[in-house]
Design a protein around this ligand. Sequence first.
Ligand SMILES: NC(=O)c1ccc[n+]([C@@H]2O[C@H](COP(=O)([O-])OP(=O)(O)OC[C@H]3O[C@@H](n4cnc5c(N)ncnc54)[C@H](O)[C@@H]3O)[C@@H](O)[C@H]2O)c1
Length: 430
Amino acid sequence: MDLIEKIESGNAVQAVVGLGYVGLPLAVEFATAGIQTAGIDISENKIAQINKGKSYVRDVPDENLKKVVDNGKLKVSSDFSILKDADTVNIAVPTPLRKTKDPDISYIVAAMDEIRKYFHPQMVLILESTTYPGTTEEVILPMLSADGMKVGEDFYLAFSPERVDPGNKDYNTSNIPKVVGGVTGKCTELAASIYRRAGMNPVPVSSSRVAETVKLLENTFRSVNIGLVNEIALMCSRMGINVWEVIDAAKTKPFGFMPFYPGPGLGGHCIPIDPFYLSWKAKQSGFNSEFIELAGRVNGDMPSHVVTLVTDALNRARKCVNGSKILIMGVSYKKDIDDTRESPAFDIIQLLSMKGAQVCYHDDNIEDLDEGLNVERFDYSAEKLREVDCAIIVTGHGGVDYELLVRNCPLIFDSRNTLKNFESENIIRL
Ligand SMILES: NC(=O)c1ccc[n+]([C@@H]2O[C@H](COP(=O)([O-])OP(=O)(O)OC[C@H]3O[C@@H](n4cnc5c(N)ncnc54)[C@H](O)[C@@H]3O)[C@@H](O)[C@H]2O)c1
């Protein structure tokens, strides 16, 4: 049986390296489609949880995970030797930025160093981690070709960006089209067949570089448009115009306008980071990206604008930030998820603490804020809300009684228009 038949008939063994927010749903998707799947992660804790059928990713219900662990379709380990029998490998390890805003692809390189030990002829490798154009061909390809193996003949290599949106009720790993770009045409064909076999909808493109750039365009598009609307929000705030009403009316135009919303700053693993992968790479070709840098600056300044607007509001109430008790509502990077990576709440907390505020937080989804910050969990009640000088809605969270908040808290800064249905003098909107 040739490789493509093996994949299409569901007889290929597929592996996923890196079982986080991206890798775990993907591995479960493969296994649920009846494909023998091997999962690898360096975190012993994650491996132990998976083996107990306990999902640490909200979008993967325990029962779905348990089913594939119990029926043996998903086998996980921290030992890369389980790759010996794998026909395909998808890599979904982190790709953060260094402090200097340069790409940090050290996790990809570390994973590849291990994968290489078990790499064998006729294997397909697909990188899913978001990265700069050229990573697949310039970093991974040389590592695999070192022993004289030829891409497109002896092994197959492709890039397929992950587009998952945690917490999205309508779209998930199974129904988001999968862009796939191989180093050769055969690589693209094989990689696409892997996703097709798992019930996904592959969208082939001409090269891995195109596929890498697709993801960065998507996230740059978001970052730039959010940057624009953040600037418009600050403009409107200065002119006494309600930006939320402006956007709501603008979006009635049936073509040529797409609503983006202002907020307290960007968060998450993608939008604040990925555009800089693109601008970093473009710089190597002597191209300076104006939009990416500008949007990064405007969005990056939002937490400080929030603090300024809160300071002004406290001032009008004859209070100062120093010594005020300030409640941060929602510390995850968007509402109703349990991921705090890059959350703008951290910058806001830090800026307020530096000014002497006594900061506390409320978030149904975050038990502990282990970020070296001096903030306590807030015990949400009418009585406690009356003790607060200002509450800042950073990410509006379900499960919170906003009526109680509006009735009892003397001042509320709403950075997300969460309280749009409330008319009350103690509410200030971004
Ligand atoms: N989280 C998202 O919403 C999202 C969406 C689209 C794309 N992405 C991209 O997908 C990639 C993965 O992101 P994530 O959110 O799943 O990250 P994550 O931190 O949740 O998961 C990464 C996993 O890789 C493991 N890991 C690290 N080094 C490893 C190694 N050498 N070998 C094996 N496992 C290793 C970690 O233990 C972790 O479990 C990133 O490039 C990210 O930008 C993420």
